[in-house]
Design a protein around this ligand. Structure first.
Ligand code: BES
Ligand code: MN
Ligand code: ZN
Length: 476
């Protein structure tokens, strides 16, 4: 799919005309049936005219409520709704609204258009044909800044779409080795340094937690290390991105209920997000040194599996009493955090993980829970969220709850008290490995995956964090 700017409206299969509430379209678009369109946010209304053919009026809502997030949702809604017409080209009319012509607006429109043209299409014999080949953004005049914005928005969206692909693939395909292979594709394409530690190397690094989690599966664990170190970098110490790459989470011996267990193939979304951010950063030639670390394993059960009550020794030396084998994400992240500190002296650690069901109860599926130990970096989070429409809520890390993680016989246990701030105690577990290094943890259990299809977002992986991460890094 190609995205381009155009100065003149072409005769196209579909013209999308965004409009604020209670505002009339330009004279040439006035046709019968307009009175049925109110312009409320995300309303789409298809009309036809003799000379322009098929048009879709798109509601942007009240002008005073307009923001990047609402714009992203509206464009995704319209482009998704256009699929039923099987058009090979469409154009979006930015010409008549100044609010849609700033570089920032063009960037997010481009992101949304590419993001919405995604479909996951690998496993049906009868392929759903997506014919959309060209999207034109019709503007009054073409500027360099707009051209840059188009390239940026579509690059980041393609990276996000690849992350969605990784997560949508089932766990018998998307294994730890598959994640590593995908990392290799990125590394080869952008000449990045890649190291994939296998079980033997992982043992050599003393990552007892990652090994303990993977013990119950025949699928060997991998620890992926991918470095993006640009020549002219603004930071000597890299920012380390860690992504939970649990390719299937059955819960282990503390097995999950059967209902919806199939969704646990998306427990590697954090890893996919990290690969997406690294790929987009390389493509955009970001001036920030980044290292991606993805601890990857399958949490299954077998005669060799880790059992409740077992004690594992982490790479840091801290011992962990396993109370519940389903609290495995924090274990593999903890070893990755120690690896980051030992090998990189990170300026900042960002981790992305589908870590807890508790964050879904707390914040639902629209807001990621963000936990950070640095005031300075915490403050940057909402700015990037506002610019990208990837929303989050800053969560607390109260000292008092550390007691929940005290074990009688080991340094820590891997769960807190049932029903008492589970997303927080999971984060405090991570914090005890992070210690003083600046760090932000994103619990994307609710946002990485959409259970029900919505007009702007199909069911399945959402790619949450690729766009937010890039914006956050650029703003630093
Ligand atoms: N991968 C899950 C968290 C999760 C739940 C992600 C639902 C997406 C949807 C994680 O490994 C997990 O099982 N966490 C447990 C922790 C508990 C045992 C302390 C949870 O949240 O129930
Ligand atoms: Mn689990
Ligand atoms: Zn998990």
């Amino acid at each position: 799919m190609k995205l381009r700017l155009t100065k003149q409206l072409n005769k196209s299969d579909l013209t999308i005309i965004p409009l604020f509430a209670k505002k009339q379209p330009a004279e040439e678009f006035k046709v019968l049936g307009l009175q049925d369109f109110t312009g409320k946010a995300n309303e789409t209304h298809v009309v036809y005219s003799e000379n322009l053919g098929r048009m879709m009026l798109l509601g942007l809502g009240e002008n005073k409520n307009f923001n990047p997030a609402s714009l992203r949702t509206a464009i995704q809604t319209a482009v998704s709704a256009s699929k039923k017409f099987k058009t090979s080209s469409l154009q979006i009319l930015l010409r008549d609204l100044r609010e849609l012509q700033s570089p920032d607006a063009v960037e997010i429109i481009s992101f949304a258009a590419v993001f919405a043209s995604y479909s996951f299409n690998y496993y049906k014999q009868e392929k759903e044909k997506i014919n959309l080949e060209n999207i034109y953004l019709a503007v009054p005049r073409i500027t360099k800044a707009m051209e840059k914005a188009i390239a940026r928005g579509s690059m980041v969206a393609s990276a996000a779409n690849k992350a969605r692909d990784l997560a949508n693939h089932p766990a018998n395909i998307a294994t730890p080795a598959h994640l590593a292979q995908h990392a290799k594709l990125i590394a080869d394409k952008y000449r990045l340094k890649l190291k994939v530690l296998d079980a033997k190397d992982i043992k050599k690094e003393n990552m007892g937690l990652l090994l303990g989690v993977s013990r119950g599966s025949d699928e060997p664990p991998k620890f992926i290390v991918i470095e993006y170190l640009p020549k002219k970098s603004s930071n000597q110490n890299p920012i380390v991105l860690i992504g939970k790459g649990l390719t299937f989470d059955s819960g282990g011996i503390s097995i999950k209920p059967a209902e919806r267990m199939e969704e646990m193939k998306y427990d590697m979304c954090g890893g996919a997000t990290v690969l997406g951010i690294i790929e987009a950063a390389a493509q955009l030639k970001l001036k920030t040194s980044l290292v991606g670390l993805i601890p990857s394993a399958e949490n299954l059960l077998s005669g060799r599996a880790t059992k409740p009550g077992d004690i594992l020794t982490s790479m840091s030396g801290k011992t962990v009493e396993i109370i519940n084998t389903d609290a495995e994400g924090r274990l593999i992240l903890a070893d990755a955090i120690t690896y980051a500190k030992k090998h990189y002296q990170p300026k900042l650690i960002l981790d992305y993980a589908t870590l807890t069901g508790a964050i879904i109860i707390a914040l639902g599926d629209e807001l990621t829970g963000a936990f950070g130990n640095s005031e300075k970096y915490n403050q940057q989070l909402t700015k990037a969220a506002k610019a990208t429409g990837e929303k989050l809520w800053l969560m607390p890390l109260p000292n008092e709850y550390q007691d929940q993680l005290k074990s009688q016989i080991a340094d820590l246990k891997n769960t807190g008290d049932k029903g008492l701030g589970g997303a927080i105690t999971a984060s405090l577990f991570l914090l005890s490995f992070v210690d003083k290094t600046p760090w932000i943890h994103f619990d994307i259990a609710g946002t990485a995956w959409t259970v029900k299809s919505r007009p702007h977002m199909p069911a399945g992986a959402s790619g949450w964090g690729v766009y937010h991460g890039i914006k956050f890094l650029e703003n630093l």
